[in-house]
Design a protein around this ligand. Structure first.
Ligand SMILES: NC(=O)c1ccc[n+]([C@@H]2O[C@H](COP(=O)([O-])OP(=O)(O)OC[C@H]3O[C@@H](n4cnc5c(N)ncnc54)[C@H](OP(=O)(O)O)[C@@H]3O)[C@@H](O)[C@H]2O)c1
Length: 295
């Protein structure tokens, strides 16, 4: 009991130290005024909402995804919301030439770049792993290699501006969740690449921030249609999620946890009580619901 008390006191001390060390957040929407940003996967979901927030804050925005009709609609809305300028380029991120092209177009259109928001994901199934390793390879191209490619291509501009790289990942990129083997694989790859790169930036005094965003279940159409029959947990609002991602990026946070209680708190169990965490995760899944989900 005495040992437990000591451990609790130590834990509270560490939490307080972290709280005071991290300081107060002082985000102002004006921080984004006139900034030049790329948002990938911006034809729907969280990416679309990020484009709207950036537009309201007066940023220059270049958006991309595959579906031109949807991108056009997002562009029109961004104009009405007050974007300094807004452009779209349709294409697929399984093509690294296209991934590079987006960055080159930002350079041509904006003459520089402040924020690279990597958010798109390719289609995958929400079900037990089907043994298809080729699918994992294809998904890695879209969800991971295109992120690395765009980062490399954008680095000269980001170094010049002291800019931000924002990587949208998932709780499934920190903890192996069931029914998401290919997806989880690609999200773990993002953590390895970008967390390692961030350390090298510190060593090399590269003034470019990398923010890895660890998201819980968010109420986008894609997530709701795939997951809602199985996962027994309410989905968080995509508008607020998009705002928190932008805020974390511009404040140069290492990581953003949204929603905090559904991501950061369980993370505390990951290394100390993994079996208990697995038990809690599994309790949240009703695999019987898979039969009701359209794959
Ligand atoms: N929603 C959640 O519950 C949740 C939870 C954790 C993490 N996240 C992360 O949040 C991010 C956004 O998710 P979301 O729910 O907003 O997804 P979403 O609504 O399905 O949006 C995905 C975007 O990626 C684009 N896309 C799909 N395939 C593409 C390809 N081959 N090349 C280029 N773009 C492609 C889609 O547009 P087109 O189809 O027009 O190409 C769309 O704009 C993802 O990184 C996801 O992993 C989401």
């Amino acid at each position: 009991m005495a040992l437990l008390n000591k451990a609790l006191v130590a834990l509270i001390g560490i939490l307080l130290a972290v709280y005071f060390y991290s300081g107060k957040e002082e985000f102002e929407p004006s921080m984004l005024k006139g900034k030049k940003a790329i948002v990938t996967g911006a034809s729907s979901g969280i990416g679309e909402q990020m484009a709207y927030h950036l537009a309201k804050m007066g940023a220059h925005v270049l958006i991309t995804a595959r579906t031109e009709d949807k991108l056009k609609k997002v562009v029109e809305k961004c104009k009405k919301l007050g974007a300094a300028s807004v452009y779209y380029i349709p294409g697929s991120m399984d093509n690294m030439t296209f991934a590079k092209k987006i960055v080159h177009e930002a350079e041509r259109l904006f003459g520089g770049l402040d924020m690279l928001i990597l958010n798109h994901i390719g289609f995958t199934y929400f079900n037990f792993f089907d043994g298809d390793v080729d699918h994992i390879r294809q998904l890695l191209e879209i969800n991971f290699l295109s992120y690395a490619t765009m980062t490399v291509e954008a680095l000269p501009m980001l170094k010049a501006s002291g800019g931000n790289i924002v990587v949208v990942s998932s709780f499934a990129g920190k903890i192996g969740l069931p029914l998401t083997v290919p997806y989880s694989t690609t999200k773990f790859a993002l953590d390895g690449f970008f967390s390692s790169l961030r350390m090298e930036f510190y060593q090399q005094k590269v003034n470019v921030s990398i923010t890895l965003c660890v998201l819980s279940y968010i109420d986008t159409d894609t997530a709701l249609s795939m997951v809602s029959n199985v996962v027994q947990q309410p989905a968080a609002p995509k508008e607020e999620c998009a705002f928190e991602i932008i805020k974390g990026g511009v404040l140069r946070k290492r990581e953003v946890y949204y929603q905090y209680q559904a991501t950061k708190i369980p993370m505390l169990l990951r290394d100390w009580a993994p079996e208990f965490l697995e038990y809690l995760v599994l309790k949240n899944y009703d695999v019987e619901g898979l039969s009701k989900t359209k794959q």
